[in-house]
Design a protein around this ligand. Structure first.
Ligand code: HEC
Length: 121
């Protein structure tokens, strides 16, 4: 005959809040930079537009220790012949800082990144 108090814990479950935007945050934060500098006209994360997808670029260079340095110059000056015969024009507008950040994100933690970056030798 123990008058045990019964705990009635009601956990309100909020449904119906549309999730959306479950994309990787790295991509979300870089998007304005890519848009503002025209990269988005030719590149997308996972599909080829005019230039290769960022996924393809990451797959190609993720094991190269100096990829950021090499790609930095390539994007700044433009060039052709690595992915096909279409040329990337020079990109003088993007700041050094933004370009480096974009390249690091593409190579290491770009949205959709599935493989962790390889440690430098
Ligand atoms: C007019 C279209 C165009 C624009 C704008 C453009 N790209 Fe490209 N991009 C290309 C093409 C085409 C290639 C492939 C070049 C090649 O085959 O050597 C490329 C290649 C690349 C590569 C790989 C380079 C290599 O040697 O493997 C990177 C990284 C890249 N672009 C980043 C950027 C970034 C960042 C921006 C914005 C600042 C940008 N691109 C703007 C068309 C473009």
């Amino acid at each position: 005959m123990a008058g045990k108090p019964k705990w009635a814990v009601i956990v309100p479950v909020l449904c119906g809040i549309a999730g959306g935007g479950a994309e990787a945050t790295a991509g979300a934060s870089l998007k304005p930079v890519l848009d503002a500098n025209g990269c988005s006209n030719c590149h997308a994360q996972s599909e080829q537009i005019v230039g290769p997808s960022f996924d393809a670029i990451r797959n190609k260079y993720q094991n190269s220790p100096d990829a950021v340095g090499a790609l930095f110059t390539k994007v700044r000056l433009g060039g052709t012949g690595v992915w096909g015969q279409v040329a990337m024009p020079p990109n003088p507008k993007i700041s050094d800082e933004d370009l480096r950040e974009v390249l690091n994100a593409i190579l290491k933690n770009g949205p959709g990144a599935s493989a962790p970056p390889k440690p430098l030798p």
